[in-house]
Design a protein around this ligand. Structure first.
Ligand SMILES: Nc1nc2c(c(=O)[nH]1)N[C@H]1C(S)=C(S)[C@@H](COP(=O)(O)O)O[C@H]1N2
Ligand SMILES: [Mo]
Length: 237
C-alpha cells in the first residue's frame, strides 16, 4: 500500500451545471486528486452549508462513486450488527429519540482544507453501541455507506470518545444529500475521511481493517492532533 497522499491521477467528472459553476468558482486545480478517487467541489449556490462561508473555509463535496446518494429520511435505516447482544435496525426517528449531543467543532480534510466551528448534532456512537450491547470479544467497528463503496473503521476505544457521533444535523439543519445525509458519522478528532457519509451499517468486529481511503493511500493514523495519541487518547490502530 502506498503511503502519504493519493496521486493526482484522476479526472474530475462534472455533475451537472450547478456543480460545474461551483468548480469554476472554487478553482478546479485544488480539488482534483485521488488515486481511483473522484472528488467534486461543493457548489456555492445550492448546498448552503460550506458555500456560504468566506474564503477557503468551505467544504468540498466528496464522492467516491461519482454519485450523491439521495435517501429519503422516511426510508433511512442504520443497521448495527456483528458482535452485539441486540442487532439494531434504526430509523431516523429512532436515532432522534436517543440522547442528543451537540458539538461545535472544526472539520479538516487530510488534503488541507478546513472548516472551523461547524455545528453538529446527533447521537454519540457510544450510546448507539450501548443500545446494541457490545460483546466482550469485540474490539473494533466497520462502517458501510449507502454509496456501496466507502468503508471505514474505528477501534472500540476510539468509538467511545464523546466527540464521535452519528450525526443527523449539520449547520443547524438536516444533513443534505451532498454532505452524506440523512445520517453520516462525524469523528471530530480525526481527518475527514473517517466521517463516512450516507452511513448504512455498523458492524461490531474483532479487529479494525483499513477503510477505502486508507487502502487508497491515506494514513491509517487519522488523528488530526498527534498529541491526542500521547494524552488520554492513547489508542493506535
Ligand atoms: N461515503 C463517503 N463518505 C465520505 C467521503 C466519500 O467520498 N464518500 N469522503 C470523505 C472525505 S475524504 C472527507 S474530507 C469528507 C468530506 O465531507 P463533505 O463531502 O461533506 O465535505 O467526507 C468523508 N466521507
Ligand atoms: Mo478528505
Amino acid at each position: 500500500m502506498a503511503s502519504g497522499q493519493p496521486r493526482p491521477e484522476n479526472v474530475l467528472k462534472h455533475f451537472g451545471r450547478r456543480i460545474f459553476i461551483g468548480m469554476v468558482a472554487a478553482g478546479a486545480a485544488g480539488i482534483v486528486f485521488g488515486a481511483r478517487v473522484q472528488s467534486v467541489v461543493g457548489n456555492t449556490i445550492g448546498s448552503g452549508a460550506g458555500g456560504l462561508l468566506p474564503g477557503g473555509d468551505r467544504f468540498r463535496i466528496y464522492t467516491i462513486t461519482g454519485h450523491l446518494p439521495s435517501i429519503p429520511s422516511s426510508n433511512y435505516r442504520l443497521k448495527v450488527t456483528g458482535l452485539v447482544e441486540r442487532p439494531l435496525d434504526l430509523s431516523l426517528e429512532d436515532l432522534k429519540a436517543m440522547p442528543k449531543t451537540t458539538l461545535v467543532k472544526d472539520f479538516q480534510c487530510v488534503t488541507g482544507w478546513r472548516v472551523p466551528k461547524v455545528h453538529w448534532e446527533g447521537v454519540r456512537l457510544s450510546d448507539v453501541l450501548a443500545a446494541a450491547g457490545v460483546k466482550s470479544s469485540a474490539a473494533a467497528l466497520a462502517f458501510d455507506s449507502y454509496d456501496g463503496m466507502d468503508t471505514e473503521s474505528l477501534t472500540l476505544d476510539q468509538a467511545q470518545l464523546p466527540d464521535v457521533i452519528v450525526a443527523y444535523r449539520m449547520f443547524d439543519a438536516p444533513i443534505t444529500d451532498e454532505h452524506g445525509g440523512p445520517v453520516r458519522l462525524y469523528v471530530a478528532p480525526m481527518y475527514g475521511y473517517k466521517s463516512i457519509k450516507w452511513l448504512s451499517a455498523i458492524h461490531v468486529v474483532e479487529r479494525a481493517e483499513p477503510g477505502y481511503w486508507e487502502q487508497n493511500g491515506y494514513p491509517v493514523d487519522a488523528w488530526i492532533d498527534g498529541s491526542h495519541k500521547n494524552a488520554e487518547r492513547s489508542i493506535d490502530q
